[in-house]
Design a protein around this ligand. Sequence first.
Ligand code: S3P
Length: 190
Amino acid sequence: MLDTKTPQQGSRHGRWALRQPVFLIGFMGAGKTSVAQQLAVTRGLMSVDADEYLELQEDRVIADIFAEEGEEAFREKETEVLRDLAARVPRLIGCGGGAPLRAENRAIMHDAGFVVYLEVTADEAAARIPNTASRPLFKDLDTARRTIVDRMPRYEEAADAKVSTVGRTVPQIADEVADILEREGVLCRA
Ligand code: S3P
């Protein structure tokens, strides 16, 4: 599991606002959801996990959408969710690990907001994911290693900024993301 201890919590007190949606992308286990939640708590921002949002809409878990309708149907739904969230009030959006694979999705994210790529290795991702059965595409370590290498160019292409998560805690990663967003004028004091 990714370490979520927060020794520095509260050091960035005050009210903050996002000027545009922020899409957190990266492989499964990169910490997209945890980092979005950490920033939501420490900066008082809205956050949403795109997969959870889809599960709520569908009243079934992602693994069941894959099992019942297949990956392509899931990808269509994922694109609709991204389009929907991109048009809403700016918030932190934790994206599914495969979201940047479609050019259409990369365009939605790029046109609407700012994209942060959280980098992780397959080994560290596997250690962080407690239940890979909930991730239909996280089959085994060797496949995960190959998939990360295959996807890397798409992640890089989609990203406005890149942050390494290897060996780091959620608060450390979240603080670096916040610093980047502040520097880029995406995150500002309200
Ligand atoms: C996927 C990642 C998952 C989920 C689905 C497909 C992928 O999201 O969208 O299982 O293709 O990498 P997380 O990255 O949040 O686990």
